[in-house]
Design a protein around this ligand. Structure first.
Ligand code: ADP
Ligand code: MG
Length: 293
């Protein structure tokens, strides 16, 4: 490939809001056949809102919001931000946790006002022998069947509530997936979220293949496994937990709205956080290389 054509290609990319790390990146883009898309913050806006609060019969709603909100205040996760916002709106200022730990891909745990509090996946609470009562489990299942994310809340040894947050598909994602398919690429939705939510979002944007309930460390393994099957893989992501997978992929594309770690690990940054730019980037590299050969 002549460097000039590649430089012209990267320059054209910049005009389209596609920042390419170096001219050689365009070459690796040519053989891509599979595009792995992170769900939260990539296909969806990642801006979640607290939409439902379910409490066990003996549990006070304000206390649930106060304890869960206080703990989530120490987390950066989009789910945490939605819970904090909803809690502050309803109960006002939140206490500072005496202790806090992030449990990767599962939730948060800590001490608030002397209570040992857990917020996260049902499996996190199960690790502490906290089981959701039937009506809470039903509320959680109903929310998930609608594509919402439900997290469980427990303290002092008991599961006591379910908080439901909803994240909307970005208005441009459906069109972007159609464009990727139009380029002959196979899109795969990859997420730490549960299978039901993932399938719902995938159906909404037209993705057939879903890999869900993947722990943050597992995302890179998914990419390696696809490569071992002979696929040439592009990965699009935004989060800290996507960074190793973005680096492992044959082509890593970070959302400009994403974290610095994700951007650093990637070959290409989609400045506007619009997934359609991923299709633009692949089309651009094909065209650029087409003019060379
Ligand atoms: P994704 O890959 O979709 O960005 P993560 O790996 O960050 O998801 O999280 C996976 C799941 O773990 C979430 O869907 C949620 O159920 C739970 N979780 C993670 N962090 C938190 C948190 N701070 N509060 C509540 N639940 C959480
Ligand atoms: Mg994400």
């Amino acid at each position: 490939a002549t460097p000039t054509a590649l430089l012209v290609g990267t320059g054209r990319g910049a005009q389209l809001g596609i920042l390419i790390k170096g001219p050689e990146v365009l070459e690796s883009t040519r053989k891509i056949d599979t595009v792995v898309l992170d769900k939260t913050g990539t296909v969806t806006s990642g801006k979640m809102t607290l939409v439902e609060v379910h409490t066990a019969p003996d549990t006070d709603r304000s206390e649930l919001l106060r304890l869960a909100g206080a703990l989530e205040n120490a987390s950066e996760h989009p789910i945490a931000k939605a819970i904090v916002k909803g809690a502050v709106e309803e109960v006002g200022a939140l206490p500072t946790p005496e202790d806090f730990a992030n449990v990767e891909g599962k939730g948060v745990q800590g001490i608030v006002d002397g209570h040992a509090v857990l917020v996260g996946r049902e499996t996190l609470l199960a690790e502490w022998s906290q089981q959701l009562p039937d009506d809470l489990a039903a509320a959680k299942a109903a929310a998930e069947s609608e594509g919402k994310t439900a997290v469980a809340v427990g303290w002092d040894g008991q599961a006591r509530g379910v908080l439901v947050v909803a994240d909307a598909v970005k208005p441009t994602s459906t069109q972007a997936v159609a464009q990727l398919k139009g380029l002959g690429l196979t899109p795969i939705l990859l997420t730490g979220d549960n299978e039901t939510v993932a399938r719902q979002i995938a159906a909404e944007v037209g993705i057939d293949r879903v890999i869900a309930e993947v722990l943050p460390a597992g995302k890179v393994e998914v990419v390696s496994r696809l490569q071992a099957e002979g696929k040439v893989v592009a990965m699009v992501g935004d989060g800290v937990n996507d960074a190793p997978a973005l680096a492992q992929a044959d082509l890593g594309l970070a959302m400009g709205s994403g974290t610095d770690v994700a951007i650093e690990a990637s070959d290409i940054t989609l400045v506007r956080g619009d997934l359609r730019a991923a299709a633009d980037a692949i089309r651009l590299s094909r065209r650029t290389l087409g003019t060379i050969k």
